[in-house]
Design a protein. Structure first.
Length: 137
């Protein structure tokens, strides 16, 4: 199985949207063991972005991809910790993150209210910040 269809555009032939089978399997296991999927919440929106080889080498990074923050919700946990739109999120508790899915999976395992160390790149500088996620509602 490749994925599970979630939506199809009726007026357009062959255009549909699907959840990857790996995500569906992961969610199913959570539903079966806990009855629901509980995630901690940071209050961010972002997209994957490749890092330049120069940056990876200069900062001795273990990843070549980051998540650029497009939005940081005012008053949310990430905003309170000092994250800003434009920051490049590269690690959470020393675990590389390359996509929003990586962040969501991490937050599902991480208890709300417990500080998590996030490593970001801002203006060419590597910074570690502590963020206290809240429970997503």
């Amino acid at each position: 199985m490749v994925g599970i269809n979630t939506a199809i555009i009726a007026a357009a032939q062959g255009i549909g949207f699907a959840i990857p089978s790996s995500t569906a399997g992961w969610v199913l296991s959570r539903l079966m063991t806990k009855g629901r999927v509980v995630r901690s919440f940071l209050g961010i929106a972002g997209v994957p972005r490749p890092l330049s080889r120069r940056t990876v080498r200069a900062l001795n990074l273990s990843t070549e991809q980051a998540v650029v923050l497009l939005e940081v919700a005012p008053g949310g946990p990430a905003h309170q910790a000092g994250l800003q739109a434009g920051d490049l999120l590269i690690r959470m508790n020393d675990r590389d993150v390359a996509t929003m899915d990586d962040i969501y999976r991490f937050l599902t395992e991480w208890p709300a209210g417990q500080p998590v160390k996030v490593t970001i790149l801002r203006l060419g500088q590597q910074l570690d910040l502590a963020v206290r996620p809240s429970e997503a509602t």
